[in-house]
Design a binder for this molecule. Structure first.
Ligand SMILES: NC(=O)c1ccc[n+]([C@@H]2O[C@H](COP(=O)([O-])OP(=O)(O)OC[C@H]3O[C@@H](n4cnc5c(N)ncnc54)[C@H](OP(=O)(O)O)[C@@H]3O)[C@@H](O)[C@H]2O)c1
Length: 275
C-alpha cells in the first residue's frame, strides 16, 4: 500500500505555489485537483519537472466526481498521509445575495463536509490535514455573540453546525443578515464555517491519530493583484510548515501566518492573541 499526498483546489496562485514546494519536499505521489480541467492540465505542463504529480478533476459540489477520486485511490491501493485543502469559492458580483450564499456554502461548507466524509476514510493513521482559511475565518468576524457561542461550542455536532448555517442562509433570504449580526461578508461566514468544520473533524479523527488544522496563509493578494509571487510563496511556506514540520502537539488549531497557534476568537482587526 503506497502513501500519497492530495492538494484539493490547486489552481489558485497559492495552490500552485503549494504544489511547487510540495513537489520538492514530498517524495511520494501527489494528487492535485481543480474544478476546471483545462487549468488542471496547464498546471501539469508548467510543473512537468515534478514527475510525481498527478491531476484529477474534482468538483466539490458534484458528489460523483469526489467518489470517482476516492475509487481511483482505492483501486490503486493507495492511502493519503497528507491532505491540503485550498479550495475557495468567490461568487460573481452580479448574482443575487441568495444565489451567492448558496454557491459559496455549496463549495466552502457543504462541499468540503461531503469531501471529508468520502475521502477522509482513506487517511493513514497519523495523516495530516491542512484546511486553508484566512483572517476572515476568525470567529470574531461574526458580530453577534450568541451566534459566535453556538458555532464555537466545543461539543457542537455536524447537524448543529448545519443548522447554524441554515439560519444564516435564511437571514440572507430575508435580507437581515447584517442586522442579525452575521458580519459584513457572506464569504467570511463560509470561512468561519470551514474553521468550525476543521475543529469538528479534529474531534472526530484525532483518536485515529489524524492531525487536522486550519491556517491563515498571510498577506496573499487578491485576484486583482496576482503579479507578485512573493506573497504566494510565503503563504505556501506557512501551509507546508503545518503540513510537514509542525510539532504533533499542534492539532485542532488555527495557525497564523507567523506559524503561531492563535485563539480562534482573536479580533482580526486588533493584534491576534497567540496561545
Ligand atoms: N486571496 C487572498 O487574499 C487570501 C487571503 C487569505 C487566505 N486565502 C485563502 O487561500 C485559499 C486560496 O485563495 P485564492 O484567492 O488564491 O483562491 P481562488 O483563486 O479563488 O482558488 C480557489 C480554488 O478553489 C477551487 N474551486 C472553486 N470552486 C470549486 C469547486 N466547486 N470544486 C472544487 N474546487 C473548486 C478553484 O478551482 P477552479 O479554478 O478550477 O474553479 C481554485 O483552485 C483560499 O482558501 C482562501 O480563502 C486567500
Amino acid at each position: 500500500m503506497a502513501n500519497v499526498a492530495v492538494v484539493v483546489g490547486a489552481s489558485s496562485n497559492l495552490g500552485y505555489q503549494v504544489l511547487k514546494q510540495l513537489g520538492s519536499a514530498y517524495k511520494g505521489k501527489i494528487y492535485y485537483t481543480t474544478e476546471d480541467e483545462s487549468t488542471g492540465y496547464s498546471i501539469y505542463e508548467n510543473l512537468k519537472e515534478y514527475s510525481h504529480l498527478e491531476y484529477f478533476r474534482v468538483d466539490l459540489t458534484y458528489t460523483k466526481s469526489i467518489i470517482n477520486f476516492r475509487h481511483h485511490i482505492q483501486d490503486l491501493d493507495e492511502r493519503i498521509d497528507l491532505l491540503i485543502n485550498v479550495t475557495d469559492h468567490v461568487p460573481e458580483k452580479q448574482l443575487s445575495s441568495v444565489d451567492k450564499v448558496r454557491r459559496i456554502l455549496a463549495v466552502n461548507f457543504y462541499g468540503y463536509i461531503n469531501f471529508g466524509k468520502l475521502v477522509y476514510p482513506l487517511l493513514t493513521r497519523n495523516a495530516r490535514v491542512v484546511n486553508v482559511s484566512g483572517p476572515a475565518g476568525l470567529l470574531a468576524t461574526i458580530e453577534n455573540e450568541a451566534i459566535r457561542k453556538r458555532i464555537s461550542d466545543p461539543k457542537l455536532t455536524e447537524d448543529e453546525l448545519v443548522a447554524v448555517l441554515q439560519d444564516f442562509e435564511e437571514a440572507v433570504k430575508r435580507g437581515i443578515q447584517k442586522t442579525e449580526g452575521w458580519g459584513h461578508s457572506m464569504h467570511a461566514v463560509s470561512k468561519v464555517a470551514l474553521a468550525a468544520v476543521t475543529f469538528l473533524q479534529h474531534r472526530e479523527w484525532s483518536d485515529k491519530g489524524v492531525i487536522i488544522n486550519c491556517v491563515n496563509p498571510g498577506n496573499v493578494s487578491s485576484r486583482e493583484h496576482r503579479k507578485s509571487t512573493k506573497a504566494f510563496e510565503e503563504g505556501a511556506k506557512t501551509i507546508l510548515y503545518l503540513a510537514l514540520e509542525a510539532p504533533l502537539t499542534v492539532k485542532g488549531n488555527f495557525v497564523w501566518s507567523n506559524y503561531n497557534v492563535i485563539e480562534w476568537n482573536s479580533d482580526p482587526f486588533l493584534e491576534v492573541t497567540t496561545v
